[in-house]
Design a protein around this ligand. Structure first.
Ligand code: ASP
Length: 357
């Protein structure tokens, strides 16, 4: 009898061990085998993007996002490094006047352009950024030069321009950045005595610093990448906010707020009310939640964007070290796109389910 019971207990114990072993191996398989070889997410700004926007304009954005995500996907498919992909895709978007970065940047209260940008390498946390540059055609490239060719992380205004002289990076007359649309936007913002987040002048800061939701979007651009070698990188570029006081610097050139990358966790680029993203160290906080709690990228991003920020503040795009993609925002829309080695390829503006062509 005792022998019988012992045998039954042994069988039950073995079955339990087997089940546990299977569970462990399947969860290991999930992270290892389901992991895409590469992944990329990008944004072209978040905010109140009316569903009634003109079809033609909507299509222009969709096409621009397609072009950008296709470039990134193709480079990754060919084995390009994460940093190169981030730089090239951001450059493409800086050249497109639809976005508030490079050509098409918004204007300061003095009718000038002050551009901010940053880049970060998840391999070793090396980072570079520039703030308030006025003649640099591709601020993302200068950010990368700060990272790779100086002992510092962030250069601002005159110092950044002088560093640009030394680097021989492509320069333009400030009038290059001008578009009539942004000028009109500034005029409207000044009439209302507001500091606005990109486009149509309809999203402005309340006295408490939060975005008022009426009818606007942000137009900053950002890219986050996991490459075939398992390296993460992220970059962000912006003109900031319409009618911002000259000298104002937002989150985009601040690592930990507008951009972050760490191979152990994730790569993030933010868009929205820069002051709030700085106060909440949004990009770093997402990485830290992953690191300290074991949360997934989407869980961590949700905690920060929907738990710490206020509705309308903006959103992030990110890629984790396992190739998980997050595109989380608390504004009605965010221009965004994602692709990975398993065939994911999508462009969206409003809620998650959309895949626009
Ligand atoms: N975050 C940017 C800034 O505050 C604005 C944006 O995302 O459009 O400068």
């Amino acid at each position: 009898m005792i022998n019988h019971i012992t045998t039954l207990v042994l069988i039950a114990f073995s079955a339990l061990m087997l089940t546990t072993a299977c569970e462990e191996s399947s969860s290991m398989e999930n992270t290892e085998t389901d992991r895409p070889e590469y992944a990329i997410a990008l944004h072209g700004g978040a905010g109140v993007i009316s569903r009634d926007i003109d079809d033609e304009i909507r299509q222009e954005y969709v096409d621009a996002l397609h072009e950008a995500i296709r470039l990134g996907r193709d480079m990754l498919e060919d084995g390009a490094e994460a940093l190169d992909v981030v730089e090239q895709v951001v450059r493409l978007m800086e050249d497109n006047p639809l976005f508030n970065a490079g050509k098409g940047a918004v204007m300061t209260n003095e009718e000038k352009f002050e551009l901010d940008s940053s880049i970060m390498d998840g391999r070793d946390l090396s980072a570079g950024a520039v703030a308030g540059v006025t003649t640099v055609k591709h601020p993302i490239t200068l950010s990368r030069m700060v990272m790779e060719n100086s002992r510092h992380v962030l250069f601002a205004t005159e110092g950044a321009e002088r560093f640009a002289d030394e680097m021989g990076v492509e320069r333009v007359d400030p009038s290059y950045f001008h578009t009539e649309r942004r000028h009109e936007q500034l005029r409207r913002a000044q009439e209302r005595d507001e500091v606005q987040l990109d486009h149509s002048g309809e999203q402005s800061l309340n006295l408490d610093g939060h975005a008022q939701i009426d009818d606007a979007k942000f137009g900053t651009v950002g890219v986050a990448v996991l490459d075939r070698n398992g390296n993460l990188a992220a970059g962000t570029s912006t003109g900031g906010m319409t009618n911002k006081r000259f000298g104002r610097v937002g989150d985009s050139p601040i690592h930990g707020a507008g951009t972050y990358a760490n191979n152990e966790t994730c790569a993030i680029s933010s868009t929205g009310t820069g002051e709030e993203f700085i106060r909440h160290a949004v990009a770093f906080q997402i990485s830290a939640i992953m690191e300290y709690t074991g949360a997934t990228l989407n869980e961590a991003a949700d905690q920060v964007i929907n738990g710490k920020l206020q509705p309308g503040d903006g959103g992030i795009i990110g890629v984790s070290h396992t190739g998980e993609i997050a595109m989380v925002f608390n504004s009605p829309g965010m221009f965004r796109a994602a692709a990975d080695s398993r065939g994911r390829f999508e462009v969206s503006i409003w809620d998650e389910a959309e895949v626009l062509d």
